[in-house]
Design a protein around this ligand. Structure first.
Ligand code: CA
Length: 230
């Protein structure tokens, strides 16, 4: 399904561009890299890409203005934003402008591939502003969560952790990965932060026999895929 998909990778950080290009090419994608917003915009508007990975801060035009123009011209090419942790507002703006998803740097190749696959599956061009799993719903724009009709109040970190797991159902994340991806720690603080946060989330969402987050012994955690949960 993914072979020969044409990806436009817009990223001016050379290390990231090279890491992503190699990872995608290893999976059989055809990758065009652009490190400049003006050039990237021309390439994107000329069409012929199956998906665009779009950095926000770029020399020349910024990623959001490229996205805006694409959507104004009714170009529905799937766009995944590559965002920095600090770019929360831009991320929300990007989703509102019609980005299909975003991924926070630094990320793991497996995670990016999971997002790409999900975007490819959603052929309708709908934007991913809401995550669902059975009765559980997270709205990524308003940061509201519901179980059925009932609103669930999460601390910001709990929301982010649950979102992170829910975005890649079935994928196991180690505690170290979660500390890096959700907390932004590049070191192991030698605490059970992750476990405590998982426990708080479970207390709020595990009801009616549902167990959404699975503990993978001596590895980490994963969000159960819907078909496996019954
Ligand atoms: Ca950049």
């Amino acid at each position: 399904m993914l072979t020969a998909m044409k990806v436009l990778l817009v990223e001016d950080e050379k290390k990231i561009a090279s890491f992503v290009r190699k990872g995608l090419e290893a999976q059989g994608f055809s990758v065009t890299v652009s490190d400049n917003g003006d050039k990237a915009s021309e390439l994107a508007l000329a069409g012929s890409f199956d998906v665009i990975l779009l950095d926000i801060m770029l020399p020349g035009r910024d990623g959001l203005s490229i996205l805006k123009e694409l959507r104004e011209r009714r170009n529905t090419v799937p766009v995944i934003l590559l965002t920095a942790r600090s770019e929360m507002n831009q991320r929300v703006e990007g989703l509102n402008l019609g980005a299909d998803d975003y991924i926070t740097k630094p990320f793991f190749m497996d995670e990016l591939l999971a997002r790409l696959r999900a975007v490819v599956r959603r052929t309708s061009g709908e934007t991913l502003s809401v995550l669902h799993s059975g009765p559980l719903m997270l709205n990524l724009i308003t940061r509201e969560a519901k179980y059925g009709d009932e609103e669930i109040i999460f601390a910001p970190r709990e929301f982010s952790l649950l979102e992170h797991l829910m975005r890649s159902p079935g994928m196991v994340f180690t505690r170290t990965q979660l500390l890096e991806q959700v907390w932004g720690y590049g070191f192991d603080p030698q605490t059970n932060l992750v476990d405590v946060c998982i426990r708080r989330i479970r207390e709020k969402i595990d009801r009616d026999g549902h167990q959404f987050i699975e503990t993978v012994r001596s590895v980490g955690y994963r969000f159960k895929q819907e078909e496996n949960r019954e």
